[in-house]
Write a protein that binds this ligand. Structure first.
Ligand code: ATP
Ligand code: MG
Length: 512
């Protein structure tokens, strides 16, 4: 037999001591019993001490959580659909709420709401497991929203600027580009310090694949987490998904970092909540939703915050998405969400059909806090654009049936047309802050008034190289967050004018 070295000997004697010290005593474990199981819900008896949201273990390694507590039964929602659970199966309480893994290891991964990998990159080495439901930061722990989230989408950054810590709802009918706005925003964080978490709730698997593919092609997927509970996932998974996504993002917020969560979408989440509530026999209220639906989404979105310097100064921005039916913003879930959030980007199917994309309805959209965080140079130019554009939209309605004779009105209409062309933006064509400021400054100075729309599109594509080449000093000053002075403004306008002039004489390639 091999010699035992001194180190092993020491370990052995230590182990013996540990075993000798260990007290063996009977362990009391709460064991319940499944009374009934159907549609992802199990009615469980015999667990009188179970708490709301407690994690429950079922026979066969299945898990679920307590959604409702009645006098002698629990309404338990199952995470995994499975035929191993039947009436009479054993259920044990854990005394723990549902927890999800958090940490840097999740970055670049596709996971289900419990943090189990859905990609083929192997197990995830989580830093810790945090509860899916966590309290929101108190008011005293918060700070004012003061730094922007740049979306790279001109109409949003200029007219409805977002700030870090803000909750902005993206709302519109089916297929009006809601997901696209959120994904373009995520892609634009490629060069920022914001970590992005995309939560898919009840989406088709192909739609989720398209989103992930888009981020892989154009963005920085290694700084994103994809939490997927697609339409085929169990109702329990879909229910917990937004909470899990927030917990994963809060990890970065609480360490002084910055994170952005997209929930795609809360209408489907509300429908899942209603389904579970009806199955557990909670009394239905308006549109058959249970009474706590407002509280459900309010306590979720309240977790978005800009933290104070004492708490590390991190932020969590939320972009929840909601779907409307025939543009009806006064339905139950849309009104709830509009009142919970700090503003909404409303997408209009009529504009979308008229090829005005992103189809942002300028009249109905609003951002209540982000304006304070807007780049000072952008704020200088965007106020005028907003006014000009809304006047144009009104004038357009009035002049639809008759010709315009007044020159001043005609000039206003021309300016409005230019703004509209500029605000339409293809996908994956994000604009840097300096490009946006350059374009709007030139527009405000009238440099684009004589330009045909096709040239405006060409200008937008060339503006980055134009500014970097002709006004690098201005670009640097804008990047440093400074407002524009008069000299810089005329430099920008001159750069654009030079290109406009060059276009018509020396650059015949540009489409007319
Ligand atoms: P759903 O209701 O199905 O979730 P949605 O509102 O999320 O739809 P998207 O899937 O984002 O809409 O977009 C619908 C279609 O519109 C997509 O094919 C997308 O490529 C196109 N689209 C969105 N934004 C733009 C844009 N700015 N320019 C051109 N096409 C766009
Ligand atoms: Mg979508």
């Amino acid at each position: 037999m091999a010699e035992i070295d001194t180190e092993t000997r020491a370990w052995l004697s230590q182990s013996r001591e540990t075993v000798a010290r260990t007290q063996l005593a009977p362990l009391a474990e709460a064991v319940g019993r499944v009374e009934q199981v159907a549609d992802g819900i199990a009615s469980v008896s015999g667990l009188p001490k179970a708490r709301l949201n407690e994690l429950l273990h079922f026979d066969g390694g299945r898990t679920g959580f307590a959604l409702t507590l009645d006098a002698d039964t629990i309404g338990a929602v199952l995470f995994d659909e499975g035929d191993t659970i039947e009436a009479g199966s054993r259920v044990t309480g854990t005394g723990e709420v549902v927890r999800v893994p958090v940490g840097e290891a999740l970055l670049g991964r596709i996971v289900d709401p419990l943090g189990r990998p859905l990609d083929d990159k192997g197990p995830i080495d989580a830093e810790a497991f945090h509860p899916a439901e966590r309290p929101a930061p108190a008011i005293i722990e918060r700070d004012l929203v003061s730094r922007p989230v740049e979306t790279g989408i001109l109409v949003i950054d200029a007219l409805f600027a977002l700030g870090r810590g803000q909750r902005e709802l993206i709302i519109g009918d089916r297929a009006t580009g809601k997901t696209s706005i959120a994904i373009d925003t995520i892609i634009n964080q490629k060069n920022s310090d914001i970590i992005c978490v995309y939560v898919a709730v009840g989406q088709r698997a192909t739609a989720v694949e398209r989103v992930i593919e888009a981020v892989r092609t154009h963005g920085a997927p290694e700084r994103c987490i994809f939490v997927v509970a697609s339409a085929s996932a169990s109702p329990g998974m879909q229910w917990i998904a937004p909470f899990a996504g927030f917990t994963m993002a809060e990890y970065f917020r609480d360490r002084g970092g910055h994170a952005l969560v997209v929930i795609d979408d809360l209408t489907k989440h509300a429908a899942t909540h209603r389904e579970l509530a009806l199955l557990t026999r909670e009394p239905p209220g308006r549109e058959a939703y249970p009474g706590d639906i407002f509280y459900l989404h309010a306590r979720l979105l309240e977790r978005a915050a800009m933290l104070s310097a004492e708490r590390g100064g991190g932020s969590l921005t939320a972009l929840p998405i909601a779907e409307t039916d025939a543009g009806n913003l006064s339905a139950y879930i849309p009104t709830n969400l509009i009142s919970i959030t700090d503003g909404q980007i409303v997408l209009n199917s009529r504009l979308f059909a008229a090829n005005q994309r992103p189809a942002v309805d300028v009249g109905l959209s609003v951002s209540r806090v982000g304006g304070k965080a807007q780049h000072p140079a952008l704020r200088q130019v965007s106020g005028r654009i907003r006014l000009d554009y809304s006047q144009f939209l009104e004038l357009e309605m009035f002049t639809r049936f008759g010709g315009i004779s007044d020159n001043r009105i005609k000039a206003q209409m021309d300016r409005g047309e230019r703004i509209r062309t500029l605000l339409a933006q293809p996908r994956f064509a994000s604009l840097r802050m300096v490009d946006q400021i350059g374009l709007l400054t030139a527009l405000g100075a009238g440099a684009l008034d004589a330009m045909p729309p096709a040239d405006i599109l060409a200008l937008r594509a060339r503006i980055p190289s134009l500014i970097d080449g002709r006004a690098p000093e201005v670009a640097r000053s804008i990047a440093a967050g400074k407002p524009l002075d008069d000299v810089q403004r005329s430099e920008l306008v001159a750069a654009v004018r030079a290109m406009v002039a060059g276009n018509s004489t020396t650059d015949p390639e540009t489409p007319q």
